[in-house]
Ligand binder design. Structure first.
Ligand SMILES: [Zn+2]
Length: 146
């Protein structure tokens, strides 16, 4: 896997566009790699994009239940939290960090989205330690609000 753009040596970014997944150079605007399959784990190494994991699911009872349970608040408050905070960013990081964190959140059963669109597959596997970390992070976020 080429580390930099083969046309201009610019940094590469993971990109999803329609049905296509690939590595894209923002400097010259060219796709260096484009496919209709999700990117592989080793392609994260060259991806310079910063991804945001954002909590969603306002009005989703299961989501609110989860958050309420983790934060020790009632469901109404959890719903209020999702309503008032337009964008609850849980994590910001590169493709690799995002992969790990999104996997954890998926396992927790929380609803989220990743911005920009994440071109990698998120696996469902996590350790107890990872579980604890994500719970702590969510609790911190909610404490600021309540
Ligand atoms: Zn380029």
């Amino acid at each position: 896997m080429e580390e930099k753009c083969m046309y201009c040596k610019g940094n590469l970014y993971g990109k999803k566009e329609g049905k296509s997944y690939g590595l894209y150079c923002k400097t010259c605007g060219k796709w260096v790699y484009k496919s209709e399959e999700l990117l592989k784990e080793e392609e994260m190494e060259v991806d310079k994009e910063e991804y945001k994991i954002i909590l969603i699911g306002e009005g989703n009872e299961k989501q609110m239940e989860q958050i309420a349970q983790m934060a020790g608040i009632n469901i109404y408050m959890a719903g209020e939290y999702l309503r008032t905070e337009k964008e609850v960013v849980l994590y910001k990081g590169n493709a690799k960090e995002t992969y790990k964190n999104a996997r954890n959140i998926t396992e927790k059963g929380l609803l989220y989205k990743i911005e920009p669109e994440y071109p990698y597959e998120i696996l469902r596997k996590m350790t107890e330690e990872e579980k604890e970390k994500i719970t702590k992070k969510i609790l911190e976020k909610i404490k600021i609000f309540s």
